[in-house]
Design a protein around this ligand. Structure first.
Ligand code: NAD
Length: 424
């Protein structure tokens, strides 16, 4: 029965410690291939920090270039810079990415590898199935529970911060007016009137950015809790007198058609009076709600600007075209901003990379990949565990079988878990 094949076992040493035989955990980072994606999952200084915790980073040559991190910086950080994805992935225990891999990319992964990325499992179920076929373990950062202990890993928040900032800047760039008030010898220029719709992480950053640029800002959200946060940034909260739409986990719940119609009716005057409308409203796992209708846009002033950062999920404005800036017949610019963090990839990657490193600290201990699936962060983000898909929408586990039924000790059973967080 003894394993005679392990020639590394010293003669007379019957029980070598497992850790002593372990090489560092190899973390593979490939170039992002989705069109328009400029971020990289690991930046050089994070690669250096990971090395000191027993994680060796192998990165594809050029992977950080679009985010302004050259190969030489990774080499200085002690990472291995390898010519292609195949070399990076060979022997990797973990893979870190930004966007979900394609089905073709999953096919190239080593069997049994662990993957951490934004996986959006609700939107791309075929990727989840492909990962399962590879017997992979996959963690999706978009499912991270929004709990205090997970804040340092909260990639949705870090990237939403970038999105909100970019939205504020984009609005200022497209507006043919100043944001701040100017009192000059030639006359006084009034400040721009900015309305931010959706005051979550991105919306609050858009408010802060517009305020820093000197605009007068109003904001609206369906969650009553957003009011104090809006006011703390020096903006005015738009009260519609409608019922708060707070759902689970602090997110907004999906609103009924009647609610949306009433909301649109009440918001119209605010939209029409604004120089700039920045829309950031999202409902997790659903199409973005329409807040700005065609009729509203038709009544806005010539030169007004709408920046819609919900464009990737259908848009908050009826006229939004994802990835395009359109100008309507009455002169309103509608910016359908897609993947805003990719427009500021250095700091977006800087923050994302730290989120990844903090998550890795949870699953890699003393140079060993040892995830604790009883940890709500680990199980909350895990969508595939050693090839078994974890159904995030499943109801609570069924009661145990009656005593007469044959007991089952299937190891896979322990991977099934419903944490009540809902799908992405
Ligand atoms: P999100 O991106 O899902 O949505 C953006 C905003 O759109 C939300 O504020 C939502 O209420 C709003 N919205 C939805 N439908 C709307 C509509 N019809 N009209 C106007 N606004 C609408 O949300 P998010 O930014 O990821 O954050 C959601 C919540 O999570 C916030 O309360 C945030 O403070 C909280 N949060 C908590 C933590 C934590 O660690 N505790 C971390 C991050 C975020």
């Amino acid at each position: 029965m003894a394993a005679a094949s392990d020639t590394r076992t010293p003669v007379g040493c019957e029980r070598p410690t497992f850790a002593a035989l372990l090489a560092p955990v190899k973390l593979a980072v490939c170039t992002e291939t989705r069109p328009g994606e400029t971020r990289v999952a690991i930046v050089p200084d994070v690669a250096a920090k990971l090395a000191s915790s027993g994680i060796e980073v192998a990165i594809q040559a050029g992977a950080g270039a679009a985010a302004r991190f050259p190969d030489a910086a990774y080499e200085r950080a002690g990472a291995s810079v390898l010519p292609d994805a195949a070399a990076v992935l060979a022997g990797a225990a973990m893979v870190a990415g930004v966007q979900p891999p394609s089905v073709e990319e999953v096919a190239e992964l080593p069997e049994g590898v662990s993957v951490v990325s934004f996986l959006q499992p609700g939107q791309v179920p075929e990727i989840v199935q492909a990962l399962a076929a590879k017997k992979a373990t996959a963690y999706s950062l978009d499912l991270l529970p929004r709990i205090t202990r997970a804040q340092s890993m909260d990639a949705l928040s870090s990237q939403a911060t970038v999105s909100g900032y970019r939205a504020g800047l984009s609005a200022a760039e497209h507006l043919a007016k100043f944001f701040p008030m100017f009192m000059t010898a030639a006359g006084t220029v009034p400040p721009a009137k900015v309305l931010v719709m959706g005051a979550g992480v991105a919306g609050l950053q858009a408010i802060a950015t517009a305020r820093r640029l000197g605009a007068v800002v109003k904001a609206y959200d369906v969650r009553a809790a957003a009011k104090e946060e809006v006011k703390s940034l020096g903006a005015n909260f738009v009260e519609l007198g409608l019922e708060s739409q707070e759902g689970s986990g602090g997110y907004a719940r999906e609103q009924s058609a009647e609610y949306q119609a009433k909301q649109q009716e009440l918001l119209a005057a605010e939209v029409i009076a604004s120089d700039v409308v920045i829309t950031t409203a999202q409902i997790p796992g659903r199409k973005a709600p329409v807040l700005v209708t065609r009729a509203m846009v038709e009544q806005m002033a010539n030169g007004a600007v709408i920046v819609d950062i919900a464009a990737d999920t259908g848009g908050n404005c009826e006229l939004t075209v994802a990835g395009e800036n359109i100008v309507t017949d009455n002169g309103v610019t509608v910016v359908g901003m897609t993947n805003p963090p990719a427009q500021m990839p250095t700091h977006a990657s800087f923050l994302y990379s730290r989120n990844i490193a903090n998550f890795l600290a949870l699953v890699v201990k003393e140079g060993e990949l040892t995830p604790d699936f009883d940890d709500e962060i680990v199980i909350g983000t895990c969508v595939v565990r050693a090839g078994q898909v974890i159904d995030k929408t499943a109801p609570a586990a069924p009661p145990p079988p009656p005593p007469s039924a044959a007991p089952s000790n299937e190891p896979g059973d322990q991977g099934e878990h419903s944490d009540g967080e809902g799908g992405s």
